[in-house]
Design a protein around this ligand. Structure first.
Ligand code: SAM
Length: 268
């Protein structure tokens, strides 16, 4: 089984998704999860990018109601709560991430305004029309861009905005090596032009599109690479660790051919 960020964080119930959707993780999956445990973030991004996308989202009500979907340990949740003064419902299916988020929120004095919610992103137990801002960094791919845009729209209050980030091809003719990796990891990955068109077809006005800088990939991969090195020193199976590091190596070689893009979308 090939592994990448795209595979690691697709949960079903309380474990990574597999064909059977049941059973104990394989040793490789365990290595993968050990490598990803307690990283500062689980996808490319940065506080600067979260702040920029928030500015691009435009005016929000005072103390906006925010839903952060696939929030992980909260690299976007906490800055959003801090910057807006609003309340953030932080949704993830992996409870250990939400436990860490709860601790981080309390330490930052934001515990009162961050409400962790264990739920599946395609079946959210949240009422229609109650969010001024729906946010999702590096997680919409789990449902698929189109399904996320269709499924999350009902959460938005009148005037509400959807902000998400998505992995995309930045070329229409990727190298075979890049295509081979991403076809296995995220076969549905599209170009920015394709996603802009898809968002418009789905009934959104595309208010802003922002290609995340390389430094946002470093912010994700550097701590991951350190973790892999430590696990190597600890004698963890080198072949399994090579698989974990594969995604970083692909980025080093072919990084100009794909990126992560932030979208600010408003229902028409
Ligand atoms: C690539 S991580 C991104 C996490 C975080 N937004 C960040 O930027 O670090 C994807 C997140 O989606 C969560 N996730 C996976 N499948 C999910 C599902 N079906 N419903 C809700 N969350 C899910 C994972 O636990 C993980 O925290």
């Amino acid at each position: 089984m090939h592994h990448s960020i795209m595979h690691t964080f697709r949960w079903c119930g309380d474990g990574p998704v597999r064909a059977s959707c049941a059973g104990v993780s394989t040793p490789l999956e365990q290595v993968f999860l050990a490598a990803h445990d307690d990283l500062p973030r689980e996808a490319p991004g940065s506080e600067e990018t979260t702040a920029l996308l928030l500015r691009l989202a435009g005016d929000l009500p005072e103390r906006p109601r925010i839903v952060d979907i696939g929030c992980g340990t909260g690299p976007s949740t906490l800055p959003l709560a801090a910057a807006t003064g609003g309340e953030v419902v932080a949704v993830d299916l992996h409870e250990p991430f939400l436990r860490r988020l709860r601790t981080r929120a309390a330490t930052s004095g934001l515990g009162e305004r961050v409400r962790p919610l264990v739920a599946a992103m395609d079946d959210l137990p949240l009422p229609d029309g109650e969010a001024d801002l729906v946010w999702s960094e590096g997680a919409a791919y789990i449902m698929g861009f189109d399904a996320a845009l269709a499924g999350w729209r009902r959460l938005l209050a009148p005037g509400g905005v959807l902000v998400l980030t998505e992995a995309e091809w930045t070329t229409t003719e990727p190298s075979p090596g890049a295509r081979e990796f991403w076809d296995r990891s995220y076969p549905g990955m599209r170009t920015t032009a394709e996603n802009v068109a898809a968002a418009e077809r789905a009934g959104y006005t595309v208010q802003a599109v922002y290609l995340l800088p390389d430094s946002d990939w470093d912010a994700y991969y550097r701590p991951l690479a350190c973790r892999i090195a430590t696990l190597r020193e600890d004698g963890v199976d080198p072949a399994a660790l090579d698989e974990v590091g594969d995604e970083i190596a692909v980025r080093e070689r072919f990084g100009a051919e794909y990126g992560y893009t932030g979208y600010v979308l408003r229902p028409r």
